[in-house]
Design a protein around this ligand. Structure first.
Ligand SMILES: [Cu+2]
Length: 117
């Protein structure tokens, strides 16, 4: 659950006192965990199992121009799966300091699992 400022308001990482962010992109960024599920219009939902399976079925690992927007396993894993989850959760997960959010590690463990498959 999050309030208007996207601060996480319940659970073990709620508020400022339970989970203080010390590494920030910008010194003015808040020092509390923020989430804003589904508010990004480009990421209104988590990736589906069907999307995940379609990425797993891509047989080319990567291709020119090597930038991640190709229809390859690496390109789609990064853009269609990984980035979509960051944008769907929003808040802290949608920043360069997204490892401040504990869910980052759950999410990236799954990304690692996909690479292993
Ligand atoms: Cu990521």
């Amino acid at each position: 659950m999050e309030a208007a400022d996207q601060i996480v308001t319940d659970g073990p990482f709620a508020g400022v006192s339970k989970w203080t962010l010390n590494v920030k992109e910008d010194p003015g960024d808040p020092n509390f965990l923020q989430r804003d599920f589904g508010s990004d219009v480009t990421a209104p939902a988590l990736p589906t199992v069907g999307l995940q399976n379609s990425v797993l079925n891509l047989t080319t690992y990567d291709a020119t121009p090597w930038h991640g927007f190709t229809n390859t396993f690496w390109g789609q894993c990064e853009t269609a799966l990984d980035n979509l989850v960051h944008r769907y959760i929003g808040g802290t997960m949608d920043t360069l300091t997204s490892p401040n959010d504990p869910v980052f590690f759950l999410h990236h463990a799954n990304v690692d699992r996909l690479y292993a498959l």
